[in-house]
Write a protein of this length. Structure first.
Length: 309
């Protein structure tokens, strides 16, 4: 009786989950929403795209994000979208893919923990579920933080050479937009990340956006203090009519000095970082290699000395 009731409830639950998944990921036709999305993409206007897509009601990811926001996850969506942008992932469906991946990873860990704890009591199951839930929630975020740090490091390393080339190109008489476009083309295969950022600024200005607003969005996307200083320098130079090429050359030299200091600091920290691997891995192996033969020889001599004569 109880077994039959259990199977009936399990079947109803699985059927409800399947139906909910079908309704969630089923596309709905919305020509007006699609047209608004297309206009937003072509205009390169950031900030309102997510709201337009979510209110349009079409697409599987939009429904998923709408469900997350409806249960109080609007702040999580906003912070995650900002971190994805700072990691260099700015496709329209990036936040949806990330939310789907984190949900699937969380569900897989919870299901795997339930399977592994199937023969234990409820207290052990509860502790395992808490550990799996924390790991499923925190691990994707830590991976995203790592991607953000790596992307920022690439931008930071590319900034001195790019700023120096931008000052040289401006010295030839080109306008700022043309100089940034030319520098982006030249740096496309050497520093593709910073080249893409500069090209995004140029396209936003060509689309009709104010240059100050475009540079503010560049600072918000990257979150790097040196780019913030560069943007402020360019905006102030344009506002007051001062020479920008000479200022960029001086600023590029300062950036090289900062990069050299960061490298020296990393070299200074290398000795401390190598201390723990040496103590944990190298010294035990060294002790085994040097001491074990002597200890074995002493034990063998003692055994021979106290043995029967």
């Amino acid at each position: 009786m109880y077994i039959a009731l259990f199977f009936i409830l399990a079947f109803v639950t699985v059927a409800a989950l399947v139906w909910s998944s079908i309704e969630l990921f089923r596309d709905q036709e919305d020509p007006l929403g699609d047209r608004l999305d297309e206009l937003q993409a072509h205009a390169m206007v950031a900030g309102a795209t997510r709201t337009v897509r979510r209110r349009s009601g079409g697409g599987p990811f939009n429904r998923l994000l709408w469900l997350i926001s409806s249960v109080g996850g609007e702040g999580w969506i906003r912070d995650t979208e900002k971190e994805l942008a700072q990691a260099g992932v700015r496709s329209r469906s990036a936040i949806g893919w990330y939310a789907l991946f984190q949900l699937a990873f969380f569900s897989a860990l919870m299901g795997g923990m339930l399977y592994l704890q199937r023969n234990n009591d409820w207290s052990a199951r509860f502790g395992g579920l808490i550990a799996a839930g924390l790991l499923g929630y925190l691990l994707p975020q830590q991976v995203l933080h790592r991607l953000v740090k790596r992307y920022r490091k690439k931008l930071q390393d590319a900034l001195p050479d790019t700023v120096d080339m931008l000052g040289i190109v401006l010295g030839t008489g080109l306008a700022l937009d043309q100089a940034m476009s030319r520098v982006s083309e030249e740096m496309e295969f050497i520093y593709p990340e910073l080249s893409a950022e500069f090209m995004t600024v140029v396209m936003q200005v060509k689309a009709g956006q104010e240059r100050a607003k475009a540079f503010q969005q560049l600072v918000r996307r990257t979150g790097i203090e040196d780019i913030k200083s560069l943007s402020a320098m360019i905006i102030q130079s344009e506002r007051f009519g001062t020479s920008l090429s000479q200022a960029l050359k001086v600023y590029a030299e300062a950036l090289r000095m900062k990069r050299r200091l960061r490298a020296e600091a990393a070299v200074g920290k290398a000795g401390i970082k190598m201390l723990f691997p040496i103590v944990l891995f190298i010294l035990p192996a060294l002790f085994v290699i040097t001491l074990v033969p002597g200890v074995l020889s002493v034990i063998r001599d003692l055994r021979d000395g106290i043995g029967p004569k």
